[in-house]
Design a protein around this ligand. Structure first.
Ligand code: G3H
Length: 483
């Protein structure tokens, strides 16, 4: 990218040899938004919304759908480049990068279809107690959309796209990593939507987002990241009661493997759930409870499966373990492993915990207990803590005391045991998985959480509702208009 103003230099997690060892490879530069430009972007979004009277919020549903179809057409032209950048910028494998792109395109197309259904449903007249009403789905105003590095395209778009298509105007701040891949889309936004409708920012949150929130002009905060940052952002708004928040936040999802589990299924699903994209998913399994009777056998099988994983570069065949984009992550994981060892756990697999510059080979840690960091902190990386338990009350107790409540995976072949576990967990988390890993998709399913894990609900269906209000046009029923 050639740019005259300030730029941020983007380095890949993929390393090359440097004079003093491995160094992250330079990939490119991206324009760095100045505080002044961020306020100009806010003004542009406010002006384009124009108190609901702007071209975009007053455009018909058909008109907005046409603009979105044009955008998705232009986006698909950039498929290969965006997939390549996903691999270089965040180290996601070719298979997963391709999936992220294609899933996002499907998400946009499904959102278009869902809006058609919603519009049909809303435009039906309803009659009650002498009043006839037409319900209109109306936008909320200016939406600030911010997402994490692990799905730099898909997760931002799961809030940006529904917010946009409902007639809101958008400010979107790119994540810390996975920014160059948005560059090819800037023109697509410009060509497909009216001026000021979508405004992109990149920079340090404290410099560019703080003044935006303090202005009080943001109507909706759509944020995916940590609850600490989300709460900090909300507090900056001068009238927080006027701010709608759609948030997807902390999660340390547990797996529970009982003595009645099919261990082959439990091992393969826990492997996927803990280590897909190196464990850097909010839905990843981050603590595995295993009943004592089968714990040693489970750990032996899991460790063998982990040792067999191939590490390497994102585009290489069969590679499952790739470099990590966050510069501080290898050091943090090393600390977690050392803390667990100090408190009595061991690395159970061959090569586990190998740590060099941006690369960490996954480690199975056993036996983990509540004296260890790994029991409490969301490691968001390739370390699998395994906790032996005696009675099923122990993992239930863990979830009751946890500050989060997103998902749980239960592994058991005993239907009575499974049905006894479903009820307590349905009331403690927002998704209970039986004999399978935790995950967000399919995207038509609701995606939310309890406690510090979420506010509001996302999914193709729910997000359209989250980013709009049901307005009524109510008329007194007369003999004439009843017809
Ligand atoms: O990081 C959180 C993502 O929403 C996880 O999505 O379960 O589809 O990988 P996923």
């Amino acid at each position: 990218v050639h740019w005259d103003g300030p730029v941020i230099e983007v380095y890949s997690p993929v390393c090359i040899p440097g004079p003093d060892g491995l160094v992250r490879k330079f990939v490119g530069s991206y324009p760095h938004t100045t505080p002044k430009e961020s306020m100009e972007a806010l003004d542009a979004a406010v002006a384009a919304y124009n108190d609901g009277q702007g071209e975009w919020p007053t455009m018909s549903v058909e008109g907005r759908i046409k603009c979105m179809q044009k955008f998705v057409y232009l986006m698909v032209q950039q498929r290969d480049l965006i997939i390549k950048l996903l691999m270089w910028e965040i180290g996601k494998t070719l298979a997963d990068s391709t999936k992220e792109f294609d899933r996002t395109v499907d998400y946009i197309n499904d959102t278009i279809d869902a809006l058609k259904d919603l519009d049909r449903e809303s435009s039906r007249f309803k009659q009650a107690e002498g009043t006839i009403a037409q319900i209109r789905r109306a936008p909320l105003g200016v939406v600030l959309s911010m997402g994490p590095f692990n799905y730099p395209l898909n997760e931002i778009f799961t809030t940006l796209i529904p917010a946009l298509i409902m007639g809101n105007t958008i400010l979107f701040k790119l994540p810390k990593h996975g920014i160059l891949l948005h560059y090819p889309l800037l023109n697509a936004f410009k060509e497909a939507f009216p001026k000021g409708t979508v405004n992109t920012l990149y920079g340090r949150g404290a410099e560019i987002i703080t003044p935006i929130m303090e202005s009080g002009k943001v109507n909706v905060l759509a944020f995916i990241g940590s609850s600490k940052v989300a709460n900090g952002l909300k507090k900056l708004h001068p009238k927080v009661n006027r701010l709608r928040a759609i948030l997807s936040l902390d999660a340390k999802n547990a797996a529970i493997v009982t003595k009645n589990a099919d261990l082959d299924v439990a091992v393969s699903e826990c492997l996927l759930g803990s280590l897909s994209f190196n464990g850097q998913r909010c839905t990843a399994l981050k603590l595995i409870f295993v009943q004592k009777e089968v714990a040693d056998e489970f750990v032996t099988r899991l460790s063998k499966a982990v040792s067999a994983l191939k590490g390497g570069l994102p585009w290489e065949d069969g590679v499952k373990v790739t470099p990590l984009p966050e510069p501080g992550k290898p050091g943090y994981l090393k600390e977690c492993i050392e803390d667990a060892i100090e408190h009595g756990a061991k690395i159970m697999n061959e090569g586990g915990g190998y740590n060099q510059e941006s690369f960490v080979f996954p480690a199975v840690m056993y036996p983990v207990n509540d004296s260890m960091k790994l029991y409490h902190e969301e490691q968001f990386g390739p370390v699998i803590p395994v906790v032996p338990f005696e009675t099923i009350d122990e993992p239930i107790e863990y979830q009751i005391n946890a500050s989060h409540g997103m998902q749980v995976s239960i592994f058991s072949q005993d239907p009575i045991e499974v049905s006894k576990l479903i009820d307590p967990f349905v009331n403690l988390v927002s998704r209970v998985n039986i004999n399978c890993q935790a995950q967000r998709g399919p995207d038509v399913f609701p995606f939310t959480g309890r406690k510090d894990s979420a506010e509001g609900t996302l999914s193709v269906y729910d997000a359209l509702r989250s980013f709009s209000i049901r307005s009524l046009v109510a008329t007194k029923a007369t003999e004439a208009n009843k017809q």
